[in-house]
Design a protein around this ligand. Structure first.
Ligand SMILES: C[S@@+](CC[C@H](N)C(=O)[O-])C[C@H]1O[C@@H](n2cnc3c(N)ncnc32)[C@H](O)[C@@H]1O
Length: 203
């Protein structure tokens, strides 16, 4: 989907994603010392806002203007005197969005392989030495073993697809696994599989 399609999707709904931070973001970031975070393809900013609430300085970037305006409004409503630690800007996650970030986050960004490779490389570039790149996404294995997420295999990735694309970049992979998330469906509870990869920047 291009930015116009995402703008339409956001404009058609008051809130597309939840207000709560993603569970893997909470799990991984809770073990880190707060610093500067870059949330790429941040959508309505739920993760960046939560990070600021935990003491981080966070920059949310998304190519949808509608999402970024909404992220700013939600941040204004939630952050109070912490608001100066939050910023949100329109930008393309496949291009550099600056440097010096201790945590670079991709939460459910699904792109064709070449664009995804560019986004990961740009994300690593934005990360400080010793900082973390956290990738969360709908696993490709959901197509056969799980539920939810896009149904196009070309934009889905399992942990090994992410680690393969990270090869050659200055990172060591600390965690690469499938996370299980229970979701309620009309047929009862089912399990959605998420890819969770944490990479530490080496130099
Ligand atoms: C599934 S949403 C995830 C939003 C958010 N990360 C979250 O977890 O709530 C995917 C987001 O990626 C954004 N997006 C897709 N391609 C992008 C790109 N090349 N650059 C920046 N944002 C992009 C869309 O606008 C959308 O907000």
């Amino acid at each position: 989907m291009n930015s116009a399609s995402w703008n339409e999707r956001y404009a058609a709904n008051d809130l597309v994603w939840s207000l709560e931070a993603n569970r893997w973001v909470v799990e991984v970031a809770s073990d880190l010392e707060p610093g500067r975070a870059l949330d790429l393809a941040a959508g309505e900013g739920r993760n960046a806002i939560w990070l600021v609430e935990q003491g981080w300085e966070a920059k949310a970037v998304d190519f949808s203007e509608v999402a970024i305006e909404r992220a700013k409004a939600l941040a204004e409503a939630r952050l109070g005197e912490r608001m100066p630690a939050f910023s949100a800007t329109v930008g393309d996650a496949t291009e550099s969005q600056g440097a010096g970030f201790d945590l670079v986050l991709f939460s459910y960004l699904h792109l064709p392989k070449d664009e995804w490779r560019k986004a990961l490389a740009a994300g690593v570039e934005s990360c400080t030495q010793g900082g973390r790149v956290l990738v969360i996404g709908h696993a490709r294995r959901n197509l056969t073993e799980g539920i939810g997420g896009p149904q196009n295999p070309a934009i889905l990735y399992d942990p090994e697809h992410v680690t393969a694309l990270l090869e050659g970049l200055p990172v060591e992979v600390e965690r690469a696994e499938l996370g299980r998330r229970e979701v309620q469906t009309d047929d009862g509870p089912r399990v959605a599989l998420d890819t969770v990869v944490v990479a530490r920047r080496l130099d």
